[in-house]
Write a protein that binds this ligand. Structure first.
Ligand SMILES: Nc1ncnc2c1ncn2[C@@H]1O[C@H](COP(=O)(O)OP(=O)(O)O)[C@@H](O)[C@H]1O
Ligand SMILES: [Mg+2]
Length: 605
């Protein structure tokens, strides 16, 4: 269990990663970090030496001028350190938070867009994504936290070295004792850390559930259903339950922290007590003057502070480092995916599509078993089948969004795995059933690019082809109207049918060699639907196309009908041939035309 949870990257590697990034992104931030380390160590040294020198000057019977000089020198040194510190204090806190949220946050989003879709939609991918997000989500975690801890640890380490140097004339056993005490408190603190690490996955799973329940409770998209279906109590108890679980874990961890801090306090008490006794005995024996006593007593207290500070911060650094490792694991996935690029190829259009001996299952749920189909170049096929037959799954397999468990999917006879993924994606124009509409203008929602990079003439053409022209004309800002009110109060809200037309327009704009429409007419009114059929021929000119629909009348516009049933193509042929065959298709068609007979005045087409 522990082994499995061992982070991929160790602390040292993560420190180097952080510093490399800081140098890449903001060199001044690194300067301010060094300045902070310097000031953190230098300031107390001034306060350690000041009383020592004053007493020493008294002991040596120096004159007023010497005292004045002492004050001036210390004043000047303090002033310089103070100025450096105010620069660091001003720069560091602001920039480290930008480093996390703006710089690496953006890189994380870019990584999310580049990771393999199959990985991202898998359970592992979701969990790893969540953990990586956590590493950049706030100042007390991961990426920003490690920056803070690098500064603290460096200051403590440097302080300890300087103080050991100051104390070097004392019995080395004293120094050894102080360092051992620090090591013991580090080890007890580290037990807490190990515990946290062991249960990290469980905790992030609860975190994920908590976040999800909170998100749906406040998301506008769910607001209607929450009200209409009275989901308040259930959602509240869900949230409270998850928050309760989080609290339980926090309690378990807090208890361990309390224990380790109690041990820490006890060690500090013994350590300081013994050191004081030893120094007082030296003064009483006349081995050191009072000025030295003052120096050592503050240096011992200081060294204890540096050592225990280092121990505490090293633990926090370690915790942050685990999160940074999570972050890097996710970034690696994106880079791996980019590196996996296959050579670009030339494709003849129109294209042929083939599924060869394909097995696919969602977990235990087998969808395809030894599935075979060939769709010739430029063929327009209709894919039909009952709900859940696997039509959308077939499309996702074809698009390489999910991977077959066995077998191959070929485009123009080339195995899809041998084709560069970005180039592969660019071969398909697809209207998804559940496509997303962005809170930007209609034109942007069609081109999926910035308005300035959009071919506006083409947009006008596909708006007309998809039957959206009336809607566009009715709006003050026309095709530039935002499709949501989220970013623009003058935005519109599209009806189900209008959304579907927009998604169709998007697929047409892309004008890729293969057109796949997944139930494009489900929300269309009969007039819009018949218009879609009319223009379908023009849309699919010189393209291979797959048209999925429940409305069997649409199949007449296609060269061939493929009926998906029981995980294979059960029937295949033209509409007329399948009607003659009098099988499943003919039966489905008859049931449907029975209901449309009156509506479409006896003509079930
Ligand atoms: N991501 C998924 N995980 C598990 N099961 C899924 C997933 N997507 C679809 N299914 C299931 O696979 C079957 C086929 O779904 P789908 O291909 O969407 O059918 P349809 O033919 O209606 O488009 C359905 O029973 C569905 O519940
Ligand atoms: Mg479907």
């Amino acid at each position: 269990m522990e082994k499995k949870n061992k982070p991929k990257y160790g602390s040292l590697s993560n420190i180097l990663f952080t510093i490399r990034n800081i140098i890449r992104i903001d060199k001044v931030l690194l300067v301010s970090m060094c300045a902070l380390v310097f000031c953190t160590v230098a300031q107390p040294i001034v306060t350690v030496y000041m009383p020592k020198f004053i007493v020493q000057f008294f002991e040596e019977g120096r004159g007023v001028n010497d005292f004045l000089l002492l004050v001036v020198v210390f004043g000047a040194v303090s002033l310089i350190i103070g100025q450096i510190k105010s620069f660091a204090d001003g720069y560091f806190p602001r920039m480290k938070s930008l480093y996390r949220s703006m710089r690496l946050g953006v890189e994380m989003c870019m990584a999310s867009m580049n990771v393999d879709y199959k990985y991202l939609s898998s359970e592992l991918g979701q969990l790893e994504n969540e953990k990586a997000q956590h590493a950049i989500s706030n100042p007390s975690t991961g990426v920003e936290q490690i920056v803070v801890r690098i500064v603290e640890c460096s200051a403590n380490l440097l302080g300890a070295i300087v103080y050991i140097f100051i104390l070097s004339s004392l019995n080395p056993l004293v120094i050894l004792g102080l360092v051992v005490c620090g090591a013991v408190s580090f080890l007890t603190g580290n037990l807490v850390n190990k515990y946290r690490l062991k249960h990290k996955d469980t905790i992030s799973k609860i975190d994920q559930k908590t976040y999800y329940s909170i998100t749906i409770s406040k998301d506008r998209a769910y607001a209607k259903d929450i009200r209409m279906y009275g989901m308040y109590e259930w959602l509240s108890s869900l949230m409270q339950n998850y928050v309760g679980q989080m609290l339980t874990w926090n309690k378990k961890i807090s208890l361990r922290i309390f224990f380790s801090e109690a041990v820490d306090g006890l060690i500090a008490f013994l350590r300081d007590g013994l050191a004081y006794l030893y120094l007082i005995s030296l003064v009483l024996a006349g081995s050191i003057p009072v000025s030295e006593f003052l120096l050592y007593i503050s240096a011992i207290a200081g060294l204890s502070m540096w050592v225990s500070g280092f121990a505490r911060n090293a633990i926090l650094l370690n915790t942050a480092s685990i999160e940074v490792s999570d972050f890097r694991v996710f970034l690696d996935k994106a880079e791996e995916n980019l590196r996996q690029e296959q050579p670009k190829r030339e494709f003849d259009v129109p294209m042929s599509i083939e599924f060869r001996n394909v097995d696919f299952a969602y977990g235990e749920h087998i969808i395809f078993k030894d599935f075979n189909v060939f769709i010739g170049k430029g063929k327009k096929v209709a894919l039909v089948g009952v709900n859940g037959a696997g039509k959308t799954t077939l499309v996702k397999l074809l698009l390489n969004l999910i991977e077959p468990d066995k077998g191959e999917i070929l485009l123009n006879g080339i195995d899809s795995k041998q084709i560069d993924l970005k180039q592969y994606f660019s071969q398909f124009s697809i209207a998804f059933q559940d496509a997303l509409i962005l809170a930007y203008g209609l034109d942007v929602n069609i081109s999926m690019r910035d308005s300035n990079d959009t071919d506006q003439q083409k947009v006008d053409r596909v708006i007309a082809e998809a039957g959206l022209d009336k809607k566009v004309q009715s709006m003050k800002k026309g095709k530039y109207t935002s499709c949501e009110k989220y970013l623009d109060s003058e935005g519109t809200e599209l009806s189900g049918g209008e959304r579907q037309k927009l998604i169709l327009a998007r697929a047409l704009y892309k004008a890729a060699p293969v057109l796949v429409l997944d139930e494009p007419s489900a929300a269309l009114d009969p007039i819009a639907e018949s218009k879609l059929y009319e223009s379908y021929h023009a849309m699919t000119k010189n393209k291979t196309s797959i048209y999925i629909s429940h409305r069997l009348s649409s199949t007449k516009f296609c060269d061939e009908v493929l009926l998906l049933d029981g995980g294979h193509i059960a029937e295949r042929g033209t509409h007329n041939a399948l009607m003659q065959q009098n099988g499943i298709y003919a039966h489905m068609f008859e049931v449907q035309s029975h209901y449309y007979a009156q509506e479409e005045s006896g003509e079930p087409a």
